[in-house]
Design a protein around this ligand. Sequence first.
Ligand code: ZN
Length: 87
Amino acid sequence: MSTYLCTACGKEVAAPELWFNQAGQPFHHACYGQRFGSNAVVVRDIDMPFGSMVSFILKWSIAAIPAILIFAFVGFVLGSCYGAMVP
Ligand SMILES: [Zn+2]
């Protein structure tokens, strides 16, 4: 197994923190973010208790209702416009 040395801080990079720039140079993900001002987040894994996941998905579903209404309204307006073109 090969090890990588961080281009920014020079220390060895453990696999979960390993990050490559576009030139293929290895970085710690945090070092890369510090050097280049990126606050992007990479999600590698989610470990969530079952109960939390249930309440999270319930909240997510309820929060989706306004978005669904907006899409329905847009679909209604567009559908009406195209419907009016049909002879
Ligand atoms: Zn580093």
